[in-house]
Design a protein around this ligand. Structure first.
Ligand code: NAD
Length: 438
């Protein structure tokens, strides 16, 4: 098989498919990325992936190339995992890369091929790509487009790919070989009990965006309640524990704090709204606009809290932001709440020092004007206010007595509601958190 697009999704998929015993070639247009993967180095942080990559390169089952012709000759099953970012100046998804794969690959194919789309796309894309593929396929060549959306979580990507909690497959109506092939590809997880759900292509595309819209809504729900707690003196974490005991609600994704970010949820809910608009069903998803707005307001709230702790003016104050990645166990800074807060504080005149265990290089590329410290201790030196913005274990486990000796003033904002409040207060810290009056 080939895996086209070897970013977070594709590199993981390629290595894990080889781990399942398949012969895999990964293809990308980024030659630096391909060289890195080919030499056994994962160009991003993903626990466990380097081991899977090296093991399978050594076994000879896994290879990487920038040459589409190799993919066309080598494989008759192709996975498409290129990016679908937010289009500039619009909420809609940019499908340029997805279309480019079909345009570049299909004319090179001979015989019977199935392309499984894994990228997150607006509903209707697979049908459009089928038309495009049909128009480009040579005589005697058949190309079937199926959709197999990906649900992996960065930080758990290997486990989520090898033993996913479900496999969703969208196939065209009528004649289709995709299900039979997918059953073969995923024989191991299916044999291990992973639910395998076959449906039409449109529904499969909707499953992915609906899952992300639901998760985003759940996070923004608790963050909206958090705003009310802030006005009334309630405690959002106790509230979340209490409602979370209701199994219809559940405690997961009710962590009030700085909200969601990353390369998926924000752009996916926006693309879902844009598509609903195109379909004349915009009213169905207007609530997602609120979900997005609540989420962005949390970032403003942290900046406002920090400003309040500096007597209303951030100018010249030394603020340390712990975290730059959009979530722990990842180096991904795409639409990161942590980096957004750090940037806003800096633009408001604060002297901002940032530390993240893995995302420093990516953060530096996006926001080169911030001070990046070499260690958490260096970042905290002389700080007047500390903002915990990404809940890495390293930050959760900080000893408040020890770090109390490094900072200038013992003031911390727990932007993720993960610190043991009493322990910090006992060590003489003024600890502030979102949705709680402490
Ligand atoms: P990414 O930016 O890390 O990777 C995309 C890759 O595609 C890049 O390496 C890029 O060079 C390559 N590419 C672009 N055009 C190409 C072309 N014409 N031919 C070959 N390669 C090309 O993005 P990602 O995070 O891996 O996301 C990819 C898709 O998967 C998106 O649709 C995303 O929404 C979806 N997704 C991502 C995750 C995740 O956790 N990252 C999870 C589920 C779904």
């Amino acid at each position: 098989m080939s895996v086209i697009g070897t970013g977070y999704l594709g590199a993981t998929h390629a290595a894990c498919m080889a781990e399942l015993g398949h012969e895999v070639v990964g293809v990308d247009v980024d030659s630096a990325k391909i060289e890195s993967l080919q030499s056994g180095t994962v160009p991003f942080y993903e626990p466990g992936l380097p081991e899977v990559l090296t093991r399978n390169l050594e076994s000879g089952r896994l290879d990487f190339t920038t040459d589409y012709r190799r993919a066309a000759e080598f494989a008759n099953v192709h996975f498409l995992g290129v990016g679908t970012p937010q289009r500039r100046g619009s909420y809609a998804a940019d499908l340029t890369y997805v279309c480019a794969v079909i345009e570049d690959l299909v004319p090179l194919l001979e015989g019977d091929h199935v392309i499984f789309g894994k990228s997150t796309v607006p509903v209707g894309t697979a049908d459009d790509l089928q038309e495009l593929a049909d128009s480009l396929a040579g005589p005697g060549t058949s190309v079937e487009i199926a959709w197999n959306p990906e649900f992996l979580r960065e930080g758990y990507a290997v486990k989520d790919t090898i033993t996913p909690d479900r496999i969703v497959l969208g196939v065209r109506r009528g004649d289709s070989r995709a299900e039979e092939i997918a059953r073969e590809v995923y024989a191991m997880p299916i044999g291990g009990g992973t639910p395998f759900l076959v449906m039409d292509r449109v529904t499969s595309e909707l499953v992915k965006v609906s899952a992300n819209a639901f998760l985003a809504t759940k996070i923004s729900f608790i963050n909206a309640v958090s705003e009310i707690c802030e006005k009334t003196g309630g405690d959002v974490t106790k509230l979340a524990d209490a409602i979370g005991h209701d199994e219809r609600i559940g405690r997961k994704f009710l962590g009030a704090g700085l909200g969601f970010g990353g390369g998926c949820l924000p752009k996916d809910i926006r693309a879902f709204m844009a598509r609903a608009d195109e379909l004349g069903a915009d009213q169905a998803l207007t609530f997602l606009r609120e979900v997005d707005a609540i989420n962005m307001r949390r970032r403003d709230r942290v900046v406002q809290l920090t400003r309040g702790l500096c007597d209303g003016n951030l100018l010249g104050h030394r603020v340390t932001v712990l975290g730059a990645a959009f979530k722990p166990n990842s180096d991904d800074v795409r639409d990161s709440p942590a980096l957004s807060v750090a940037g806003s504080l800096s633009l408001a005149g604060a002297e901002v020092s940032v530390f993240d265990p893995q995302a420093m290089d990516n953060a530096r590329k996006v926001f080169p004007t911030l001070n990046y410290a070499a260690s958490v201790e260096e970042a905290l030196e002389g700080a007047e206010i500390v903002v915990l913005a990404t809940e890495w274990d390293q930050f959760r486990e900080l000893d408040p007595v020890e770090v109390g000796g490094i900072v200038d003033r013992k003031v911390i904002i727990d932007g993720r509601n993960v610190l043991p409040v009493e322990k910090w207060q006992d060590a003489g810290w003024n600890i502030q958190a979102l949705g709680r009056s402490l």
